[in-house]
Design a protein around this ligand. Sequence first.
Ligand SMILES: [Zn+2]
Length: 120
Amino acid sequence: MPDFLDFIKKGQFRITICLSCRKKIWPPSSFCSYCLSKTKFRKIKNAGILREYVYSYKNVDCQKTTFGIIDLSGIVLIGSICDTTVYRGMKVKMTSCGISPDGKVFYHFAPSFENNNMNK
Ligand SMILES: [Zn+2]
């Protein structure tokens, strides 16, 4: 079975789904935490909802970065958001994911304008 990080290295986000009860298993695991059956990696929709956010100011250049808690079809992730105007309940989509040079998994999100009311 491929590893979650094998997908992330290629910029692909995958979660595990139980082959028996079909539940989403997060964090990824080879076995279902509900019924102990085997799981399989699957893609999920990259669209999510911003539940909470915070601004961070990097020390050197005082550049503002937004980080948020994003609900991605029931999977909760912490990621950066490339927009300065954010709000709770905002629809976002994952634009990229991967592993940074210092070995940390990252997720980037952007506003999903086709679904937000502010674009109507
Ligand atoms: Zn199961």
